[in-house]
Design a protein around this ligand. Sequence first.
Ligand code: CMP
Length: 143
Amino acid sequence: MNNRTLAILKPDCVRKNLIGEVVKIISEAGFKIKAMKMTRLTKDSAGGFYEIHKERPFFVDLVAYMTSGPCVPIALEKENAVAEFRKLIGATDPSKAEEGTIRKLFAESIEQNIVHGSDSDENAAIEISHFFSRKELLENYIK
Ligand code: CMP
């Protein structure tokens, strides 16, 4: 399915009290919220989510950051959702992100970059199922 992506409002977004502002930008860009929750990742859960980065030098810090406080995973729906959402959030490194993107507006560093967006349709499906059951996705369905 190519119309879904997973966003995570990361712990720095929550700490800075930016949940409302970022959700407003996402909604105004035409994404529909299919499911949303606030949760705190454990080391195992964050390590599993970022398994593909396991060998990278920043992995230990990334897991520490992602478990440092609550985060807000959101399953989003829009045509061409993965690419559209990545355009909205901007480059991983906020200093390289385009003006007006969420990371350019709010992020402080390549690690503490406010928001996650899936990088492919295949990963979007895996990542959405990391946080949401089928029941949660169906019950929260908004047409
Ligand atoms: P995200 O889009 O969630 O995917 C992987 C995350 O790892 C990324 O956002 C950043 O939070 C972090 N990350 C990626 N590259 C680096 C890097 N070079 N140094 C530190 N953290 C990074």
